[in-house]
Ligand binder design. Structure first.
Ligand SMILES: [Zn+2]
Length: 479
């Protein structure tokens, strides 16, 4: 019987490492997470969109002087009682500099605008919560959110986002402005009794920028020194994370070059786009990647020869875990107390942690099987099978015959079958033979299709040339 044994000894990575590596390890976790979501998910990760937004203004709440016509200037702003003798006086809008504009803003929303607020979304904020802090009620929030298909965007605010409000005399919301990215702003205006939403687009100019650095201590420090944003640093780690273990493989003297897109409006830089090309030299080995979108709209990073930088399989099927038992041909079984081969890897993870299919494939088994407990088996092409055991439950739609994507959640960590605690037992079989999932050479993901090779070469030639030039400059500087 070839049932694997379980040996839940705490087997940490390189215990001798010092805390100085913490940053790299954190990056590796991030890189790993990026890898799990797929290399291309990089730009879609929450919290990585800052660079796409307009530069934040200082402070979380701004009150600015507003163009106020004399007709509505008679009453003080709510919350600021006044003796009532201010009929002709300027409105009591609180301003730090005391400027009071005398005229309307050209094209401003409405002459009745009394106050403008710039609010910053906090973690956990919904529009209702954000506006409730300003005393704006649920009925208004409902009307704003239902002001048109574009306004649906108001249902999922991201922390750090800015929302500007124009309020009327009685505190009514007259307009809402929500910059979605440097190219688009959602504008909701009061129209009659309700609101109307529309998306305003700003023409952007795209330029290319580049950054190079040499690693002395950590990738983050070197990237920071090179002027690379944290988002692009993580994107860089995501691109090469399939080949380089950023926690363990980096060495002083390793270097990188990144060509990326910057976004400009009216001559001012308003954000950055994706990495277009990159080079990473790790312990003398040169890795290169260029971004390419094929005529069918699929975007990926490829070597200049057109091979994918990704692998057909993720190295690990769970995020944020520790390895509790490695692949071995001789291990003492904790329950049976006998020596047995352990033909997989155990990942200790909290009960309920999502388990992901490491590669695209077809489910061939889903159910209970002896010591495996609840188990999913996936076939990937003719040669590969992966096994995910001791699950607490299966993900919806995972059934024999169903196709799964790389990174798709197929079940959740549990302790069903012969297990001493919640963990995932993961096996990687090649031609029916168990291989060590931690060290097996993972086959590359699909290359640029043959029919697009010519297009690929034509459209990436200038990027490869840019990498060549930048490398020459970097080497010349070092001498
Ligand atoms: Zn195991």
């Amino acid at each position: 019987m070839d049932y694997p044994t379980f040996f839940n000894r705490d087997c940490k990575f390189r215990p001798g490492r010092t805390a100085r590596r913490g940053k790299r390890r954190r990056l590796a976790v991030v890189a790993g997470a990026l890898a799990l979501t797929g290399g291309l998910g990089v730009a879609l990760l929450p919290g990585t969109g800052e660079a796409f937004r307009e530069p934040a203004r200082p402070g979380t709440l701004l009150e600015r002087p507003l163009p106020l016509p004399g007709a509505v200037a008679g009453k003080p702003v709510a919350g600021r009682p006044s003796p009532g003798r201010a009929a002709a006086a300027p409105p009591a809008v609180s301003t730090s500099d005391g400027r009071l504009p005398a005229r309307r803003a050209g094209g401003g929303p409405s002459p009745a605008v009394r106050r403008r607020l710039a609010l910053t979304v906090r973690p956990g904020d919904s529009l209702a919560r954000l506006l409730a802090r300003q005393g704006i009620g649920a009925r208004t929030v409902h009307a704003l959110v239902h002001s048109g298909p574009e306004a649906r965007r108001l249902r999922r605010l991201r922390p750090g986002d800015r929302i500007e409000l124009a309020l009327g005399r009685d505190g009514t919301v007259l307009a809402l402005r929500y910059p979605l990215d440097p190219e688009r702003t959602l504008v909701v205006r009061r129209e009659g009794a309700g609101y109307e939403a529309r998306l305003v687009t700003h023409p952007l100019e795209r330029r290319q920028a580049h950054a190079s650095g040499v690693i002395e201590d950590s990738l983050f420090t070197a990237a920071q020194k090179a002027g690379l944003s944290e988002r692009l640093t993580m994107a860089l780690a995501g691109i090469f994370g399939w080949d380089i273990d950023f926690a363990l493989d980096l060495r002083p003297g390793d270097r990188f070059t990144v060509v990326y897109e910057t976004l400009h409006r009216d001559g001012a830089r308003v954000g950055e786009g994706p990495i277009l090309a990159a080079e990473f030299v790790n312990r003398g080995r040169v890795f290169r990647a260029v971004r390419y979108t094929d005529p069918e709209g699929r975007t990926g990073y490829y070597t200049p020869e057109g091979r994918s930088v990704r692998r057909a399989f993720l190295r690990t099927p769970v995020a944020f875990t520790r390895i509790s038992s490695r692949f071995s041909l001789r291990r003492r079984h904790p329950v049976l107390n006998r020596f047995r081969a352990h033909r997989g890897v155990d990942y200790a993870a909290p009960h309920g942690t999502p388990v992901k299919a490491t590669g695209e494939g077809r489910v061939v088994f889903r159910g209970r099987k002896g010591g495996y407990g609840k188990v999913v088996m996936i076939r990937h092409g003719a040669r590969y099978v992966t096994v995910y055991a001791h699950l607490s439950r299966f993900a919806r739609g995972v059934r024999p015959g169903r196709r799964v994507r790389q990174g798709q959640v197929i079940g959740y960590v549990g302790a069903t079958g012969l297990a001493t605690g919640p963990h995932l037992h993961y096996e990687f079989r090649v031609d029916g033979v168990h291989r060590n999932p931690l060290t097996v050479r993972l086959p590359p993901a699909r290359p640029v299709p043959a029919r697009y090779r010519e297009d690929f070469r034509r459209r990436t030639a200038s990027l490869v040339a840019a990498l060549d030039t930048l490398r020459r400059i970097q080497l010349a500087r070092r001498d």
